[in-house]
Write a new protein. Structure first.
Ligand SMILES: Nc1nc2c(ncn2[C@@H]2O[C@H](COP(=O)(O)OP(=O)(O)OP(=O)(O)O)[C@@H](O)[C@H]2O)c(=O)[nH]1
Ligand SMILES: [Mg+2]
Ligand SMILES: [Zn+2]
Length: 307
């Protein structure tokens, strides 16, 4: 059997579109067995970015036998399935796309993605799109907070092309996943960057001021600017399965203060002699700290939390 390496481009219902890496040809891949043996119960065993081993049969078909170990995963908690769901794997950058106006930017959403990016060693970039329609004061305020933390914040418009060059610079020689609420313009940005992408885009619903979930599955594009992964709009980016004691390590602004807390195990909530809480409003943003407390309580309340 002649095993070859393929990259997963997209897949639905266990049928995958896979790219053979040396010939650059696309094949239709299915599992040789009923499921892919990964050793764990997984919500999505194969996602864009995965590399698999398999062999070609018939015309343009591939039996997928094995998933190559992943460098990292962009994951979220899927409440319905009560499982961690991998969205994309082997990711260099995650572009957290927001709208400067509608749908309204959710800082808690951004903060949760930042936590996972820090946990998985993915470089996060915050994109504020639709700036042709003006930027709300609130969005400006948060942009400043994220910039001060050292995160890259790009302001873009698909209408005026502002910031597109900067987005392309991020994408170069890497795999970048776009992520965000429905209707923020992920697919519109991708279509602008790669004319071959031709992803569907849709008006946002005026009745509900939100997107219509136009993109329904994740898909990769090997564009001249780099590998781009479009993903469906996400309403809630939950991270409940992260152990709550670890959350503090992924709020990177705590790092400089945490070593001065009295207790090494300090969670920076109400412990005595906590340097993080002492720095509130003076080194630690109150809005980010509020987010930390909110996420911490979500993690603590996770029903299946196993110690
Ligand atoms: N004014 C303005 N409208 C934009 C911009 N980018 C996207 N839009 C509009 O926003 C709407 C939603 O865009 P999509 O690209 O479908 O959004 P999406 O994030 O891919 O949404 P889902 O696939 O549902 O997750 C469309 O009507 C776009 O034309 C922009 O920079 N400026
Ligand atoms: Mg889309
Ligand atoms: Zn502390």
């Amino acid at each position: 059997m002649n095993y070859l390496e393929f990259e997963v481009i997209w897949g639905v219902n266990n049928i995958y579109s896979v790219l053979e890496l040396s010939s650059k040809l696309i094949y239709e891949g299915i599992f040789k067995g009923k499921v892919l043996e990964t050793g764990c119960k997984e919500y999505s065993p194969l996602v864009p970015g995965d590399v698999v081993l398999g062999y070609i049969y018939g015309s343009r078909k591939v039996y997928i036998d094995k998933r190559v170990n992943r460098k990292n995963i962009l994951w979220r908690y899927n409440r319905k399935a009560d499982l961690r769901q991998t969205i994309v794997s082997n990711v260099d950058n995650v572009l957290i796309v927001n709208s400067a106006n509608f749908p309204e930017m959710k800082n808690f959403f951004i903060d949760r993605v930042l936590v996972i990016a820090e946990e998985q060693n993915i470089i996060p970039v915050i994109v504020i799109n639709k700036i042709d329609k003006g930027i709300s004061q609130r969005v400006e305020e948060f942009s400043e907070i994220y910039k001060n933390l050292g995160y890259k914040v790009l302001k873009t418009s698909v209408k005026t092309f502002e910031g597109i060059k900067e987005v392309k610079e991020v994408l170069r020689n890497s795999r970048t996943s776009f992520i965000g609420q429905s209707g923020v313009g992920k697919s519109s940005l991708i279509n602008l960057i790669d004319s071959k992408a031709s992803q569907s885009v849709n008006e946002i619903s005026h009745k509900y001021s939100r997107g219509k979930h136009t993109t329904v599955y994740s898909i990769s594009f090997h564009s001249e600017s780099g590998i781009i992964v479009d993903t469906p709009g996400i309403k809630e980016f939950g991270i409940e399965t992260l152990p709550f004691e670890n959350l503090k390590y992924y709020f990177k602004e705590f790092e400089n203060f945490a070593s001065f807390c009295k207790y090494k195990s300090c969670l920076h909530v109400s412990e005595p002699c906590c340097s993080v809480t002492s720095a509130l409003g003076n080194g630690i943003s109150k809005l980010r700290y509020e987010s930390y407390l909110k996420i911490l309580s979500e993690l603590k309340n996770y029903k299946n939390y196993a110690r």
